[in-house]
Ligand binder design. Structure first.
Ligand code: R1P
Ligand code: MN
Ligand code: MN
Length: 406
């Protein structure tokens, strides 16, 4: 028997997507640009970090080789490891959306072969009919926002008006999302969650991937802060995923962080909520100890994306990568014979890129375990190869998409 651990570093792209130009993302490279900025001193921040990007553990797993495969060049200024002991490569996404559900579902063996609904960038994002239906069902005096925005900017801009009027702040992005920011106490967290459930139902016919609750606290633009009570209301994946296959085999899926929400809780036996990368790592390590033979631990490390990629914060992203890297020996220590651990990402979010949206990129694949032989697996044409690899490792039947690289 065997166990499998799948860790998604949310938005940790490595550039080189063959279709990046279709998204206005030609040249976007989350790892490459962070490394370049750090090598030039532009990744320094007092009391946080300084100097070239140093990821010794991921480099030893093959990160730099994966990056070279994806783009043709090594990330600048990063020290080369003496030896690579991980199975490593890169993967391109076949799903058309560069969003979290598309990325995670494809990683779980279910590429998204349809187009999501999106909201217009010009004019009001949400139609008068939709706004009227939301206000009527949720008994609201109106909504604020109604546009594309960065979540932290729009709270600073409209947070006080929201507190004064009781109108929730509704916004979207280039992803298929309807996001609702509301104050945890003035508006109420429970009321926000109920509102999201109403909006989720109203949006189902429009094929919108997610409704996201973005609660915040504070009383002034300078003190407004989003809390860890974010909730994602996703639609159900279009087909059975790797998670369903694990459950069908009589074993458990331990979903850490927002993984449960991303799969609309389908194929999830156990949800382990945690807020912030450090807590998500703690929860993942604990789940590794508790997982039985045949189980899958599936974790999402959201800070890279939410706190640094979308915020276009290079030193913050670099520091988060370095902290994550420093904890990998703890992961190693919890591995038992027959285990595999695979690190990857769901899309890019280059913190040096224009705007505040995700970027279309290839993602790294780094796998290791007592019985996993170090080697190069090339550039895979779909993230679904990851699911098939995990499936083969766990002795599950093969799915309809992707091929195992074991
Ligand atoms: O700017 P914030 O609110 O973090 O929103 C971001 O988070 C969403 C989900 O990842 C993305 O679609 C993007 O809009
Ligand atoms: Mn994501
Ligand atoms: Mn994101």
């Amino acid at each position: 028997m065997a166990r499998a651990f799948l860790f998604v570093m949310d938005s940790f792209g490595i550039g080189g997507a063959p279709d990046a130009a279709n998204y206005g993302d030609l040249g976007a490279n989350t790892l490459g640009h962070i490394a370049e900025f750090c090598a030039s001193g532009a990744g320094d921040r007092a009391d946080l970090r300084e100097g070239p990007l140093k990821l010794p553990n991921m480099s030893a797993l093959g990160l730099l080789e994966a990056a070279r495969l994806a783009t043709g060049s090594y990330p600048p200024g990063m020290p080369k490891p003496e030896r690579v002991f991980g199975l490593h490569g890169a993967a391109s996404e076949t799903s058309r959306g560069k969003d979290t559900p598309s990325g995670h579902w494809e990683i779980a063996g279910t590429p998204v072969d349809f187009d999501w609904g999106y909201f217009p960038r010009e004019g009001d994002a949400f139609s008068p009919e939709l706004v009227a239906a939301i206000c009527e069902e949720a008994r609201l005096p109106g909504i604020l926002g109604n546009c594309h925005a960065s979540g932290t900017d729009i709270i600073a801009r409209l947070g006080e008006e929201h507190i004064r009027t009781g109108k929730p702040i509704c916004y979207t992005s280039s992803d298929s999302v309807f996001q609702i920011a509301a104050h945890e106490t003035h508006f109420g967290l429970e009321r926000l969650i109920e509102l999201c459930q109403i909006v989720r139902r109203l949006l189902d016919p429009l094929n919108i991937g997610r409704v996201i609750a973005r609660p915040f606290v504070g009383e002034t633009p300078a003190t407004f802060e989003r809390t860890g009570n974010r909730r994602d209301f996703s639609v159900t994946p279009p087909e059975a995923t790797l998670l369903d296959r694990v459950i069908a085999s009589g074993h458990q899926v331990h979903a850490v962080g927002k993984v449960g929400d991303i799969f609309a809780h389908k194929g999830v036996s156990r949800v382990i909520k945690a807020s912030g990368n450090a807590a998500i790592m703690e929860a993942s390590l604990k789940a590794m100890e508790e997982a039985a033979q045949g189980d899958l631990v599936f974790s999402n490390f959201v800070d890279f994306d939410m706190n640094f990629g979308h915020r276009r914060d290079v030193p913050g992203y670099a520091a988060a990568l370095e902290s994550f890297d420093r904890r990998l020996p703890e992961v190693h220590r919890r591995m038992r014979p027959g285990d595999i651990c695979l690190l990857t990402a769901d899309h890019g979010c280059d913190p040096t890129w224009r705007g505040s949206d995700h970027t279309r990129e290839r993602v790294p694949i780094m796998a290791f375990g007592p019985g996993i032989r170090a080697r190069l697996i090339g550039v895979r044409s779909s993230f679904a190869d990851i699911a098939e690899t995990m499936a083969q490792h766990l002795g599950l039947p093969a799915g309809p998409h992707g091929r195992s690289f074991l």
